[in-house]
Design a protein around this ligand. Sequence first.
Ligand code: ADP
Length: 250
Amino acid sequence: MDENDISFFKDGLRLDGRRADELRPVKIEVGILARADGSCYIEMGGNKVIAAVYGPREVHPRHLQEVTRAIVRYRYNMASFSVEERKRPGPDRRSYELSKVSREALEPVILTSFFPRSVIDVFVEVLQADAGTRTAGINAAAVALADAGIPMKSMISSCAAGKVGDTIVLDPMKEEDNFGQADLPIAMTPNGDITLMQMDGNLTPDEFRQAVMMAMKGAKDIYELQRRALVAKYSQISADSAREEVHLCE
Ligand code: ADP
């Protein structure tokens, strides 16, 4: 099957009922792992992804230490049960690439010079994949870094735009990603500074501009959800500790 064999729109809506500029439903939960320093679970449409952050902590092996800053390691992993056909477990070329670009998307905002000779480890586990796992992973990792108390200049939010049936669409799902004409994931700060941009397929300069604007708008909306998830967790904690203090005073 290729892009000519599939109709991506019905009555002006996409196969999953979305408008061209609509995100899939997003759910974000902060601090779901007791043994990680920071963690986050995210659902973006059919994607289900967990991020766990450990550190800053001692670097092993030691020769990787940097005297002036912390190093950041990012491991993207897809569970073998995350896709329709069982995926062969373990790292492959795709996961090495995604780990590298995702680390590079986050590193510019992490204040690594605060923690010389140490490491910040980010683990991203894809439990269910439906296209857009790198963007979901980056969104979860950024929230998990904040949850771990790692000083950052800002949040990072990530979203893709694509081209299907000659139309630019936001946040492509599996069929759109696999059989579409282009896919363009980005990551950015809330100010719009882009830290990741990749592209598969072909776009005209005008379509490229339109896709970037659309992905940036999507990332901006995701930023608001990341912020709200963090506020929800930490306002709950401060409400609980205020209640405890009142209780102790009684
Ligand atoms: P992303 O998940 O960031 O969009 P890709 O464009 O490489 O990254 O992958 C798109 C989708 O294709 C994935 O989200 C997943 O649903 C599917 N996919 C990727 N790798 C595999 C694989 N090895 N086996 C089966 N499906 C895969």
